[in-house]
Write a protein that binds this ligand. Structure first.
Ligand SMILES: [Fe+2]
Length: 157
């Protein structure tokens, strides 16, 4: 069901695509919030490069959440990025509170990115049949996050 006079997709496809994108949206918003938390809480040896690396990942994640939300709106459905919705429906694990050493930060953020990427890839497959434009959007987002994921994992060895 779309709010607009004309629909790009059928009502059934709109609902399915918007539902996939909405889940990815809340994960990306949660990831952005937790990246800032990790950016503030990291301490110890390796502080400066990780502190800066987390902000560069965050720039891409914020752009990605904006693109996903605007795709939902384009399809005629209101995206829901409210804090209460994000808290209730994000599929990501939660970071521990408090200052966190460099290695634990890298590992925890790698886990967050892994969960986000897994969710994106779960949505990419059904979107291939329903809406290739939304599929293409998520493929591009996942490609960028997968590169950041590599650079985090490379620091764990
Ligand atoms: Fe900062």
């Amino acid at each position: 069901m779309t709010a607009f006079k004309r629909s790009i997709l059928s009502a059934e496809s709109t609902n399915k695509v918007a539902s996939e994108l909405q889940q990815r949206l809340v994960d990306l918003i949660d990831l952005a919030l937790q990246l800032k938390q990790a950016h503030w809480a990291v301490v110890g040896s390796g502080f400066q490069p990780v502190h800066e690396q987390l902000d560069s990942i965050l720039d891409d994640v914020r752009d990605a959440s904006d693109e996903v939300a605007e795709r939902v709106a384009t399809l005629g459905v209101a995206p829901d990025g409210r804090a209460a919705t994000v808290a209730a429906s994000s599929k990501l694990p939660g970071l521990d509170g408090g200052f966190t050493d460099y290695q634990s930060t890298v590992t925890a953020v790698a886990e967050l990115l892994h969960a986000t990427i897994s969710g994106l890839r779960e949505s990419i497959e059904p979107l291939g049949d329903l809406d290739p434009i939304s599929e293409d959007l998520l493929i591009g987002i996942s490609a960028g996050l997968e590169k950041h994921f590599w650079m985090l994992q490379a620091q764990e060895l």
